[in-house]
Design a binder for this molecule. Structure first.
Ligand SMILES: [Zn+2]
Length: 381
């Protein structure tokens, strides 16, 4: 590496440090210097192009105590934004997210896309993205696209509920329609990422599990989503809890999904939709309560296996599970308490996701803002 290359790398590293500090919270140059360990001169030097390019803004001076007035720096309210998009069996969703982690606009459209061709789906997603970005005048950093399937090397390799998406050029197709870079990832991984970036909502080590047609889990270790060698990590839905149990769509038997998937819960409760199930639960309907309790037991057994393999302290119930949390968690808790070995050392924390139905699309947008902060040269591209 030449000296020039080396200096450039050092500068990008420092820039990353400053941006990460600002994602955490705004701060004056003096405050940022104290938080990052950089000198005030280096800080001024680093923030100057960020201010000139409209990525940061300097707020009016405020008098802090006896000292000199400080002028906090923060991400510019009209600065660049990332786009998140989600293709799901039962809905499409889009969101714009600023570098400061604030959601700008979002939109979720319930729709059944099982019969649609990949081109039709991409046309609709591109249309929704144009709707929420069209008149903002803000520059776009790129698109994160969430898929209910296994993604490896930028392609969908397995999508049992949307088989038409397997092998389709989704990132390229959407990128061409919008003139933007598009990155593809699995919905469960992105829902987990949304609890990690830009804010840690569940610590640095946790499992995020959610149910839709299938069950998806994102395993987070040391602040990173663990994907496995070929993208198949976290397939909690296909962990076997009954060796000769119910036949599963994956070809195996007794998978967690066959006992705790949302379609199973609804069928056992005699309900067609989640909102109807929620009403029945609130009204104390015995059949609905029993259905959710049985699903919770199955989920707890599967989660205990995951806990015994990865020894993480926290489980986040997301998606539909977050909405059913009140009636689901006692059964999950009870199974985990008797089966998780580390339970003797410490109680596993079981929490409901605070992000609701927008966790996946927020994670998809977060994928883009996180990359922009980690590779700050992208902000000047
Ligand atoms: Zn299975």
């Amino acid at each position: 590496m030449t000296t020039v290359d080396h200096l450039r790398q050092v500068r990008l590293g420092n820039l990353r440090t400053v941006l990460l500090a600002l994602v955490d919270r705004p701060g004056s140059r003096a405050d940022l210097a104290a938080r990052t360990g950089l000198t005030k001169a280096t800080l001024s030097n680093l923030t100057e192009p960020l201010l000139a390019n409209g990525i940061l803004v300097e707020e009016p001076a405020t008098l802090a105590g006896m000292g000199r007035p400080s002028k906090p720096l923060r991400f510019h309210p009209d600065g660049p934004v990332a786009v998140g998009a989600e293709i799901n069996v039962s809905h499409l969703a889009v969101e714009t997210l600023g570098l400061d982690g604030e959601t700008i606009r979002r939109h979720l459209v319930p729709t059944d896309i099982r019969k649609a061709s990949p081109d039709d789906v991409l046309d609709r997603v591109a249309g929704l993205i144009r709707e929420i970005t069209g008149d903002s005048g803000r520059s776009l950093l790129g698109v994160g696209l969430a898929i209910p399937g296994v993604v490896h090397d930028g392609a969908v390799v397995r999508a049992p509920n949307l088989p038409k998406l397997v092998g389709a050029p989704l990132a390229g197709g959407l990128g061409e329609r919008l003139g933007l870079g598009v990155e593809l990832d699995n919905e469960a991984n992105l829902a987990a990422l949304a609890h990690l970036w830009p804010r840690h909502l569940a610590g640095e080590d946790f499992v995020h599990v959610s149910a839709d047609v299938g069950i998806g889990a994102g395993v987070v270790l040391n602040g990173e989503v663990y994907r496995g060698v070929s993208g198949f990590a976290g397939e909690l839905g296909h962990v076997v809890i009954e060796r000769d149990g119910v036949l599963c769509t994956c070809g195996s038997r007794g998978c967690v999904e066959r006992y705790a998937g949302l379609d199973v819960i609804l069928r056992e409760a005699g309900r067609r939709r989640l909102d109807s199930l929620q009403k029945a639960l609130e009204a104390g309907d015995e059949r609905a309560l029993e259905s959710v309790r049985k699903a919770g037991e199955a989920l707890g057994v599967g989660l205990a296996t995951l806990m015994n393999l990865f020894d993480v302290p926290t489980v986040v119930l997301g998606g539909s599970y977050a909405l059913l949390h009140e009636h689901l968690s006692a059964a999950v808790r009870s199974e985990m308490d008797t089966r998780v070995l580390a339970g003797g050392e410490r109680h596993t924390r079981l929490i409901a996701s605070p992000l609701g139905e927008f966790a996946v699309v927020r994670g998809a947008a977060g994928l883009v803002t996180r990359r922009a902060v980690q590779q700050p040269e992208r902000l000047f591209a």
